[in-house]
Design a protein around this ligand. Structure first.
Ligand SMILES: Nc1nc2c(ncn2[C@@H]2O[C@H](COP(=O)(O)OP(=O)(O)OP(=O)(O)O)[C@@H](O)[C@H]2O)c(=O)[nH]1
Ligand SMILES: [Mg+2]
Length: 388
């Protein structure tokens, strides 16, 4: 009995916080090491084989959890090159070691140096070079391969990122608009890990939307857990901000923030996390328009919503960002009860993303033209005009 309760207590003590138990892993630290170079054979001028390199390969449809499960030691060490010998004057090299990582991973060293990003299926990146085999210049002694810990930092790649305070209705909207089945509840912090849903249109075009845990005031200073998920917003094409028409209050001891204040605070958190986020295209949804008095409340703030920049001076600067997000659309909706509203949002999102894609394609084309013109100019100045 004593033993049983001791084991039980140990188990309880070992339990991690709930959001850490959800199995969502968005970073993983691994150790990588290139193989050692084989030694040469001075007597016969033999050269040792080079050590194998370590590569990562981008793969869709795997998670960092899969990477962890497939190698719980978290060590990736490539084989050494073989020593030169009588039979092998040139020692055979060690084989390269390749391991799969999810697309969307950034590789960072412990010193914070970014080694690179994996953005496409099949993309390969060398992360630890094998040592050189022994030869006359290194005294026939093979050198060690590169070895260091690397953090695999995953940023979800979704077209749209939902941003809002807890309880605003982010998951409700995701559920109504996409194939995702997120947990919805009347208490804050229901969503504890990012959730991606796919919105499918009649012409079968698909757009992905990521529901992120709610942000709170001071998130930039690591309050709450929404902040650690803000990195996922960095990769989205569009920020979809969702606020409650009634605003938000974290608890009785915290101030109640009205609708405009919640917008300002959310923009401020984005700004404090990464100023570049404010350059992203954005859309604002004012939710819970089915609740009592919501229509009047919306009418009362309508003009200020249209001119958020003008509101910046109205609030103390610890609430306000230095500039505002430029919302392409501001739509009052009821995510829970009004399918028509949800369909309108679905339609507007598609239109906006299409316009953005078109603009991007045009910019790329212009860039290519400038490059092409530059090449032409250079070749003319080098070779003179071509005679036809
Ligand atoms: N009346 C009304 N209630 C809504 C609406 N949308 C969401 N709710 C309710 O608001 C509560 C919170 O909804 P969620 O979708 O879980 O909110 P969330 O933003 O995902 O919250 P967190 O995951 O905690 O960040 C739930 O009780 C929903 O039923 C709406 O349009 N009208
Ligand atoms: Mg939620």
């Amino acid at each position: 009995m004593v033993q049983f309760s001791q084991t039980f207590l140990d188990k309880v003590r070992r339990m991690t916080r709930k959001y850490l138990r959800t199995g969502f892993r968005d970073s993983l630290r691994v150790f990588v090491q290139g193989g050692k170079g084989g030694n040469g054979l001075p007597k016969f001028g033999g050269v040792g084989g080079n050590g194998g390199n370590v590569f990562v390969v981008g793969t869709e449809n795997i998670t960092l959890e899969d990477v962890f499960k497939s190698n719980k030691t978290k060590r990736y060490v490539a084989p050494s090159g073989r020593h030169a010998s009588h039979n092998f004057i040139l020692g055979p090299p060690g084989e390269d070691l390749k391991f799969e990582v999810p697309v969307g991973v950034t590789l960072i060293t412990d010193l914070g140096k970014k080694l690179g990003e994996i953005n496409e299926e099949g993309q390969e990146m060398l992360i630890a070079k094998g040592g050189t085999g022994g030869h006359p210049k290194n005294g026939f002694l093979g050198t060690k391969g590169q070895a260091y810990p690397v953090k695999l930092d995953l940023k979800l790649i979704a077209d749209i990122g939902l941003v809002g305070f807890p309880n605003a209705g982010k998951s409700t909207l995701l559920k109504a608009i996409s194939d995702a089945k997120p947990k919805i509840a009347s208490y804050p912090f229901t969503t504890v890990r990012p959730n991606v849903g796919i919105i499918t249109y009649k012409d079968l075009r698909q757009i992905s939307m990521a529901d992120l845990p709610g942000l709170i005031e001071g998130a930039h200073a690591n309050r709450g857990m929404g902040h650690q998920f803000l990195k996922h917003v960095e990769r989205t094409k569009l920020i979809l901000m969702i606020v409650d028409i009634d605003g938000f209050q974290l608890g009785p001891q915290y101030p109640r923030r009205d609708c405009i204040e919640t917008i300002m605070l959310l923009i401020r958190e984005l700004e404090l996390y990464n100023l570049d986020l404010l350059k992203k295209p954005a859309m604002l949804l004012v939710n819970k328009m089915d609740t009592e008095g919501s229509f009047e409340k919306y009418e009362a703030i309508r003009d200020r919503l249209k001119n958020l920049e003008g509101c910046l001076l109205e609030y103390p600067h610890d609430i306000c960002p230095s500039e505002v997000l430029k919302f392409h659309d501001i739509i009052p909706i009821s995510a829970k009860d009004d399918l028509h509203d949800v369909m309108l949002v679905k339609d507007r999102l598609r239109k906006l993303l299409d316009v953005l894609a078109e603009r991007e394609a045009k910019e790329e084309e212009e860039e290519e033209n400038v490059e092409l013109y530059g090449k032409l100019k250079r070749s003319v100045s080098e070779r003179g005009p071509s005679l036809v």
